[in-house]
Design a protein around this ligand. Structure first.
Ligand code: B12
Length: 368
């Protein structure tokens, strides 16, 4: 902040947060722009506006959706407004001259990853800190990323992922980039609050947020030795048991059989509407995908954390979390020959049981 006391700066940011929140709740892009630009006109630091106003509000939007206060459409509207405000800001706040830039950073989301906004915020912060930035946006297929890096030779790649389901793809992207001698900094919620999955997958660095990522890149990252191609099992020796590969390969069949089993076991399901059926199929499919991801990383916390998160989402919609248990029981039957998978399913069921013994407010039992 220029010429502002900390208290004035805090007040300016607080007003901007309040104004932006009201604006996105009203789906009013003009009001959102006014709230953000008023803060900049008052002398607020652009980086603080990006991270302490826009990113903050975006996380509030996520919470509002999770707690069933925002519909999916309201969340989409808020995200779209934020994307346009960030773009408008980028053209309004000049970056330091790039001749002085010591690094060129390619910012990209892992293939299959739609959460481009966190990566965009990172890209803008890096630009404001004087890095030259090449922003590639959402879901960049690894072969295209590599071809692009051959042509552009950046100093580092910043790989973003928000969804843990993308970790296996992130792993191949990390090893492919490193194999051409370019260091990878990984970030975004998928890599864990403490960056454990970034370390597990062999990223050269990890940062929890855009501010620390900028500091890290300014200090520089050592270049990995080019040509050394690692296979997944080199980093993750547990993959030799093939359980991840087999569960992934039979994913569709597993989801189909589990849904058929649920229909047999839960007579109430026969009366489900088309929309309720779709939601249930989506939930089962997510369970199988997170199970596979936990097998890939050999980290039960990924699976139990996902079940806890799904249970919160269901309970916010008056659906008791125990509706998830029959699906886990059916998967145990389907996957009875896979010891590591059975262990994960056991831990998943324990997580749901523990929630069930908590004092809770089960709703009327609307189906998932
Ligand atoms: C907006 C949004 C979407 C939008 C994304 C649009 C876009 N253009 O980005 C859309 C609608 C596409 C979407 C889709 C989905 N989403 Co969504 N989404 C969100 C939401 C609400 C906000 C994400 C966001 O922008 N966060 C704000 C920023 C600021 O997040 P941030 O992580 O703090 O970012 C900072 C750091 O991570 C870091 N950083 C980020 N990238 C990088 C990279 C590097 C290298 C470094 C160093 C640092 C770094 O810097 C950032 C700034 O400081 C979140 C909720 C939330 N609380 O985040 C859910 C959320 C991420 N989504 C979720 C889900 C489940 C989904 C879907 C599966 C839903 C569905 N059923 O289809 C799909 C998956 C799509 C896919 N294949 O990727 C869940 C994930 C839950 C879980 N267990 O992992 C969340 C958490 C929702 C929730 N409240 O529970 N989503």
């Amino acid at each position: 902040m220029t010429d502002m006391t900390t208290a004035q700066a805090d007040g300016t940011l607080e007003r901007a947060r309040e104004g932006l929140w009201q604006a996105v709740c009203a789906r009013d892009e003009d009001a959102a722009a006014r709230a953000v630009f008023a803060a900049l006109d008052d002398g607020a630091d652009a980086e603080a506006v990006l991270l302490d106003v826009i990113a903050h509000t975006q996380r509030e939007v996520g919470r509002a959706w999770a707690e069933n206060r925002f519909s999916v459409a309201q969340e989409h509207s808020a995200t779209a407004i934020h994307e346009r405000i960030i773009a408008a800001m980028a053209h309004r706040v000049p970056a330091p001259p790039t001749e002085a830039a010591t690094t060129t950073v390619t910012v990209a989301c892992v293939d299959g990853e739609w959460h481009a906004l966190p990566a965009r915020l990172l890209a803008e912060v890096l630009r404001l800190r004087g890095h030259r930035v090449d922003f590639l946006g959402a879901q960049v297929p690894t072969p295209h990323l590599i071809a692009h890096l051959h042509a552009t030779a950046p100093t580092a790649v910043a790989l973003s992922s928000s969804l843990p389901l993308r970790l296996p793809t992130a792993h191949s992207a990390i090893t492919a980039v490193q194999a051409i001698g370019i260091p990878v900094v990984a970030g975004g919620a998928a890599f864990g609050v403490d960056g454990r999955y970034a370390r597990l997958l062999g990223a050269d660095a990890w940062a929890p947020d855009a501010r620390s990522a900028a500091g890290l890149l300014a200090r520089g990252l050592p270049r990995p030795a080019a040509g050394a191609v690692r296979q997944s099992v080199d980093d993750l020796p547990h993959l030799v048991d093939q359980e991840y590969t087999l569960v992934t390969r039979t994913r569709r069949q597993l989801v189909r059989n589990t849904l058929a089993g649920l229909e047999e076991r839960l007579p109430a399901m026969r009366a489900y509407s088309e929309a309720q059926r779709e939601r249930t199929a989506e939930d089962v499919s997510h369970i199988v995908e997170f199970l596979a991801c936990a097998l890939y990383t050999d980290d039960a916390g990924l699976f139990t954390g996902f079940l806890d998160w799904t249970a919160d989402i269901l309970e916010a919609r008056q659906v008791p979390a125990r509706v998830l248990d029959p699906a886990l029981v059916l998967l145990q039957k389907e996957l009875k020959d896979f010891p590591r998978t059975l262990g994960l399913l056991d831990q998943g069921r324990d997580t749901l049981r523990r929630r069930d013994t908590r004092p809770s407010v089960p709703g009327p039992g609307a189906p998932a």
